[in-house]
Unconditional design. Structure first.
Length: 170
């Protein structure tokens, strides 16, 4: 009973922390107009988020952004470089380790989620803004219907919408 109570208290503290950080992050004024052109890196990150999670709502898109930011920190790469690594994000896979051209993904800009993806990409590419990690430190994910080899014997740390999130490595 005591363990259950401690777990509930831990969960409530975590939820309160998430709420506070999300509230603060969402109330920070964005100094760049939403329709202002993106940098090349911001475009790549926005296209990755749209390609991977445009149908997952804001929370699902945000979670993919958290994974991008986590990998960038772990690998000491820019978020755009993380997105364009071979075999990492399926939206960029052109087969045989090749990466699609950005122009092949322009159809994604017609998504209803485009403005949110742009805003999120700006924050991810801004080294001064860290997203609150809602994925519990995940650095990989896949759809719930997929079971790639790297998931064998591993349990997801969290499931968000139709994606399972994993923490691989350390």
């Amino acid at each position: 009973m005591k363990d259950l109570l401690n777990n509930i208290i831990d969960l409530l503290i975590w939820l309160l922390t998430v709420f506070i950080v999300v509230f603060i992050a969402s109330s920070v004024a964005v100094t760049v107009a939403a329709d202002e052109p993106l940098t090349p890196d911001e475009r790549i990150v926005a296209l990755t988020i749209l390609g991977e999670a445009r149908g997952e709502g804001k929370r699902g898109m945000y979670a993919v952004g958290c994974v991008i930011q986590k990998r960038a920190a772990e690998r000491k790469l820019t978020p755009a470089r993380v997105c364009l690594q071979p075999y990492q994000f399926s939206i960029w896979n052109a087969g045989k380790g090749k990466i699609k051209k950005e122009s092949e993904l322009y159809y994604l800009w017609k998504s209803k989620s485009m403005m949110y993806a742009r805003e999120l990409a700006r924050k991810i590419c801004d080294k001064n803004i860290l997203l609150l990690d809602i994925t519990k430190g995940a650095n990989h994910y896949c759809t719930q219907s997929a079971d790639p080899n790297w998931t064998k014997g591993r349990k997801p740390v969290i499931v968000i919408r139709r994606h399972k999130f994993f923490r691989l490595g350390k």
